[in-house]
Ligand binder design. Sequence first.
Ligand code: BV8
Length: 240
Amino acid sequence: MDKTSVSQKRIVVLTGAGVSAESGVRTFRDNNGLWEDHAVEDVATPGAWRKNAGLVWRFYQARRRQLLEVKPNDAHIALARLQANVEHFTLITQNVDDLHERGGCTEVHHMHGQLRTLRCEASGQSEVRMDGLDLTDEFLTCTCCEQPSRLRPDIVWFGEMPMKMAEIYDAVEACDLFIVVGSSGHVYPAANLVHIANQNGANTVLVNLEHPINSEAFEEVHIGKAGEVLPSLVEKLIAK
Ligand code: BV8
């Protein structure tokens, strides 16, 4: 890695489910992953919502309720420390939990949506709905329309356009250092971002429990738990 002080570097971090694993949030494709219990096409596509909205709603309500039981782990806290100590930092996450924010990160780009908010099917507006009554298995209606409309999970399902892609591509194309934490590299366009970073001359670093399918694209690979690897990696970066 070149000698420019890290505080001047433009750092972009992309996280996946692995960064929340040590908080007790299930990943998707590991053993006991979410996709073991639920076929993606039954719960994470627009077609599933059309076909069986009740099943999809209950799947997301269970994950929304879990937000109240989990807390940020050392990986989330280390990333917040990195953000606080460098000038140019962009955090992109594939995760839909709020653990980055609760761990101290700000301006988090949730490219696959969020569990905390729900989206009005009529207006497309999102609203935070995390009170007790918002977490039962009954459908909810919006507060934005004259005639209240049904709310859907504020999630990017397979086949839907990820969020904030313009800002995400701008940040990745301009960065000097691109770090991926806890992702299996299966889902696009997220899995393609490391290739864009490489094409634009960035240093690329991976922190993951095991080698993901796009492991070859990274210059530097740290195999281990994010909560154990990231704190020392961040200290080294800040000291530069
Ligand atoms: C789209 C919401 C058009 C649901 C999710 C090529 C180009 C473009 C699209 C495609 C393409 N090929 C295929 C597609 C279509 C599709 C896709 O990628 N399919 C795959 C499965 C083949 N993509 C889409 O449909 C996307 N939309 O493409 O629109 C477009 C194209 C370009 C530009 C603009 C528009 C929409 C994808 C979003 C789908 N929604 N989530 C929900 O969360 O309920 S994706 C879902 O997978 C989650 O969001 C999750 O975050 C994401 C990725 O999974 P990971 O985060 O990597 O999690 P996983 O379990 O797989 O891996 C965890 C890793 O952590 C493991 O490697 C493990 O070893 C590691 N780990 C575990 N513990 C730890 C750890 N690491 C460190 N420490 C630990 N303690």
